[in-house]
Design a protein around this ligand. Structure first.
Ligand SMILES: CC(C)(COP(=O)(O)OP(=O)(O)OC[C@H]1O[C@@H](n2cnc3c(N)ncnc32)[C@H](O)[C@@H]1OP(=O)(O)O)[C@@H](O)C(=O)NCCC(=O)NCCS
Length: 172
């Protein structure tokens, strides 16, 4: 990548901030979740995750020129991450959903969201974080591997449409 592209990428990134999600963000989170993730989760399912684990939900908010291409260019939510805690053998930190609006991808926003929720989990004493990803979701698999997630095992037919999941985990 040339210097110009690197500067351009960095400048755009600066115009996106990541913050804790508020109740008023839920509608946008549901929209992002359902339009970007192949999911059977209904709006009430997502609301349930959200209200149970609000401290682990973060949104990426875009303002100014970094939002160009969208109709509403001020304080638009362009990404979210939703962390949850699962009761298994112990309490496990888990990524339940993460998505970045298509036209804002490959600018480091997904990485910022993921590292933010991981930091929160670490601060709360979790030693590892897990997630499931569709076997066919190359983009997300690459993304997670770049963030240090390791493939742990497969779950056959995990998704409602019969696709297998890869369970990944990362030590925090
Ligand atoms: C996965 C997702 C959240 C990544 O968000 P993002 O903001 O584009 O991610 P980043 O810009 O931080 O990417 C970091 C790195 O991950 C890898 N990566 C991200 N998207 C990739 C893609 N489409 N193909 C290959 N590698 C990819 C790259 O190594 C990238 O670094 P680079 O841009 O310097 O090459 C985004 O693609 C998305 O919303 N996908 C649809 C929803 C989804 O599948 N969620 C996961 C469900 S389990």
């Amino acid at each position: 990548m040339g210097n110009f592209m690197r500067r351009r990428k960095a400048r755009k990134e600066e115009e996106v901030s990541v913050r804790n999600a508020a109740g008023s963000d839920l509608r946008e989170i549901v929209r992002l979740w359902q339009t970007n993730i192949k999911t059977a989760n209904t709006a009430p399912d997502i609301a349930d995750f959200f209200y149970s684990f609000k401290i682990y939900f973060f949104v990426a908010v875009c303002s100014g020129s970094a939002c160009s291409g969208s109709a509403d260019t001020t304080n638009k939510i362009v990404g979210f991450v939703g962390g949850t805690v699962r009761n298994g053998s112990g309490h496990d930190a888990h990524i339940s959903g993460i998505a970045v609006e298509k036209e804002h991808r490959r600018r480091g926003i997904g990485t910022r969201l993921l590292t933010t929720v991981e930091r929160e989990f670490r601060a709360d004493g979790f030693g590892k974080v897990t997630l499931e990803v569709r076997k066919s979701n190359r983009a997300a698999i690459n993304f997670y591997e770049k963030q240090g997630y390791k493939r742990s095992y497969f779950v056959t037919g995990y998704y409602a449409d019969g696709e297998d999941a890869i369970v990944c985990e990362k030590r925090l």
